[in-house]
Design a protein around this ligand. Sequence first.
Ligand SMILES: [Zn+2]
Length: 316
Amino acid sequence: MRAVGVDLGGTKLAAGVLDDDGTLADYTEVPLPGRDYNLLLDAIAEQVGRVRERRAIPPALGVAVAAWLSPDRETVAAAASLGWADRTLRRDLAARAGLDSVVVHNDANAAAWGEYVIAGRPADGAFVMLTLGTDVGGGVIAGGRLLTGAFGLAGEIGHLQLRPDGPQCVCGSRGCLAVYASGTAMLARARHAVAADPARCPELSGLCGADPARLRGQDLAAAAQGGEPTALAIVAEAGAAIAAASAQISRVVDHHTLVLGGGASAIGPALQQAVTAALTQSAPVGPVRPVPEVRLARAGNQAGVLGAADLASAAQ
Ligand SMILES: [Zn+2]
């Protein structure tokens, strides 16, 4: 065993063990028992203890958390989904779990690293991942290293501003990638389409009984997979926004691979094709306009746990 990984999201606590062969074992996922800081420290320590009971070697621990972290990743500066601010998570967890070796990473950064590991740690250029969920998270790997930044905010791709006069974003800015490409944004547009004219999107309307409030993300994914035009138009709009952001990122990190993860990546090849089409259609492709390979995430919900565990193993 090389390390234990934990992914602390807004609604669930996932954990697993990175074995010596580099694979993830004993993956478990439980609903959060609450948002209280000390309660969650106990819950994480319990997961680590569960592993240590069964495996003799004291592990390192890597934690992925949906949060903005301090540059030294000692402190959770803000975790909106958990209601935390200024929490010394790394030190507190080390004490609570009885471990010397604990590392903490932003959850999207850790997921990007997990996908990079699953992809065989490709050395042929930079690697970028987007997590399309309630928000849009991101992670950038260049030169074999995860970029965390001077201020701990590297990889916040979801808040690249695409249109200064665009819709208000939760971050306080306007027209960010997240307002066009998050799972929440796509679902809102689908609900709007059903409410405006159920007859124009029969499959979407049928999946929710023409009640927009009952429409779920998986309904939109199913409709897109079935080729419904309204669903495909929503996916195409998100794909165009992702492609616009990717083109800007290319100017800085010149990435070879763009991975699409998070809940909305369940839309599948329709989303992958929408991003690829937008990347290649808007302007001639050539040496000054690189087009990365667009892939769907492979590690699913386990990417954050795998990435956090691998980063903890490397830090030992
Ligand atoms: Zn924003």
